[in-house]
Design a protein around this ligand. Structure first.
Ligand SMILES: [Zn+2]
Length: 163
């Protein structure tokens, strides 16, 4: 078994598992907006999000379904069967994927993806595409132009995986 998937398999969330009652029409890619010397594991993001309160309501923890680390490992967040909390107006029918990075040392946006991370993102999206072939693969920015996230053109990079 590919070591990239150890987190997923240890959580019993294999990619072939059906997604409960949800139907999925969007795979939304995000960056975690951290600088190269900062980390953002699924556990850390879970801590950030569970301490977040919007409109007086506490978040239920990590809003993404997957986190892709700089070393190419893939960590699982919210179960696929539950809607995420990552893209206002689009959570119900989408899966949220967040890669670690997105900012340079000065805090400016930059495509900081490592080769291992690019490979892992593509592999994850290939598997999700196989499971949800009708889902469009987009960046957060494509759905909400006011958000500078993630920091590359998702739609064109995965043109070959689009429905
Ligand atoms: Zn985002």
């Amino acid at each position: 078994m590919d070591s990239h998937y150890r987190h997923i398999n240890s959580n019993g969330l294999g990619h072939n598992q059906l997604c409960g009652m949800r139907s999925i029409n969007l795979l939304v890619v995000h960056c975690s907006a951290v600088r190269p010397y900062q980390t953002s594991s699924a556990d850390e993001i879970n801590d950030w999000h569970k301490n977040r309160v919007t409109h007086g309501i506490h978040w239920k923890g990590i809003g993404y379904h997957y986190v892709v680390r700089r070393d190419g490992s893939i960590e699982t967040g919210r179960p696929l069967s539950e809607p995420g909390a990552h893209c206002v107006g689009h959570n119900k029918y989408s899966i949220g994927i967040c890669y670690e990075g997105g900012l340079d040392n000065n805090g400016d946006k930059a495509d900081t993806r490592t080769p291992a991370q690019k490979q892992a993102l593509r592999k994850l999206l290939e598997e999700l595409h196989a499971q949800f072939p009708k889902a469009l693969i987009v960046g957060h920015h494509d759905l909400n132009p006011s958000r500078p996230c993630p920091v590359y053109d998702v739609i064109s990079e995965y043109r070959d995986l689009q429905p």
